[in-house]
Design a protein around this ligand. Structure first.
Ligand code: SAH
Length: 341
């Protein structure tokens, strides 16, 4: 049966209209599900019994079964959830000084096969439905007993390879009768599917874009990110620039620092040249080592030099302190470590 989390407000309105009922019933159901957080339709008291019976026949309100729930000393919580078809997905809940965020998974597995990433070791089995993405937020809220202020679509999977479901998900969590998570508090991260960057620029939602760049040139990017064969770095940077022109929004550039691969002072200068004049913010991330991969985290000294070089070049840059490093925090590690090999 279909999850109520899968249903957009508009679709719910149509559902009620088709039954000859007023469309405001949709708002009532939406508020009950996302504000009151009822766990059964029977808890809804402002809608008549027959309608409730119909809802029960057509939809479920179920949060996920929790397979693993890890809590880190710094407040990060990591969940391994079981889907209806027994596939496992991971979702991370983080605490910041500005609020809390959930890192949402968009696919079962991932086809992008970035060389450094644990997620890409397991091929994509399928897209997550909209409801399964909303379900991650609702499950985290219920399991942690906390509220969510920010969302990053940066879990397992390539969100722009599951574009429509991800966009529907954003609209549901953003809806004013539901969780009402502000679009400016939502970021979607892509490894660089160029045509979808153009589509995303045209969406009527003010959510943010993050790009996993991880290299200052094609030679290095070709070694670690197969997507760079399809869309060269120049094309990607052009898309970023066009996106900024179209939306007037700053773009986040993610750059993981991998020892002796992409972390030299020369690389930092190349990166500054590549992004010069663009309204971007560079987020430097220490690489999380994955035991099956040969890559190492850059030394503190190399990271600091890289950062200083970008600063000197007047780039807008931060060196991110990682969270949850005492649990399986590296992307895809929890799922990978819990799958039968
Ligand atoms: N497919 C999307 C979103 C999922 S990956 C994307 O590529 O942006 C989320 C981020 O984590 C990406 O920037 C990815 O490159 C990065 N990442 C993957 N494995 C990592 C690791 N072991 N250490 C640090 N960052 C990693």
């Amino acid at each position: 049966m279909r999850s109520i989390y899968d249903v957009s407000p508009k679709e719910l309105e149509e559902y009620f209209l088709a039954k000859g009922l007023k469309s405001y019933r949709a708002t009532q159901v939406f508020e009950a599900v996302y504000r009151q957080r009822v766990s059964s339709f029977d808890e809804i008291t402002n809608i008549k019994k027959e309608v409730i019976e119909d809802l029960k026949k057509d939809f479920t309100i179920k949060i996920f079964e929790v397979v693993v729930h890890q809590k880190s000393k710094d407040g990060t919580e990591k969940f391994l959830f079981k889907l209806e078809d027994n596939n496992l997905i991971e979702t991370v809940f983080m605490t910041h000084n500005y609020g809390t965020s959930v890192c949402v998974t968009s696919e079962v597995g991932c086809n992008m096969t970035c060389a450094f990433c644990a997620s890409g070791m397991h091929k994509k089995l399928r897209n997550l439905t909209t409801g399964e993405m909303v379900g991650q937020i609702m499950s985290v809220i219920k399991e942690s007993g906390r509220e969510v202020s920010h969302i990053v679509v940066m879990g397992i999977g390539e969100p722009f390879d599951n574009y429509d479901n991800v966009m529907n998900f954003l609209h549901i969590v953003n809806n004013a009768h539901g969780l009402e998570i502000g679009a400016r508090h939502i970021s979607v991260s892509t490894c660089g599917l160029v045509p979808k960057i153009y589509d995303y620029a045209m969406e009527d939602l003010q959510s943010n874009l993050a790009i996993s760049l991880h290299a200052p040139n094609n030679t290095i990017r070709d070694q670690i990110m197969p997507v760079n064969k399809a869309y060269r770095i120049e094309e990607l940077v052009k898309a970023i620039s066009d996106y900024i022109d179209a939306t007037n929004r700053r773009v986040t550039i993610e750059y993981i620092l991998i020892n002796e691969l992409n972390d030299s002072v020369a690389n930092a200068n190349e990166l500054a040249d590549l992004l010069h004049g663009l309204n971007v913010y560079i987020n430097l991330i220490p690489y999380n080592e994955v035991k099956e991969k040969p890559f190492k985290r850059s030394s503190k000294e190399r990271m600091t030099k890289f950062y200083d070089t970008l600063k000197k070049r007047s780039m807008n840059v931060t060196l991110r302190l990682e969270q949850g490093s005492d649990i399986d925090a590296a992307c895809g590690q929890l799922r990978s470590n819990n799958m039968k090999k």
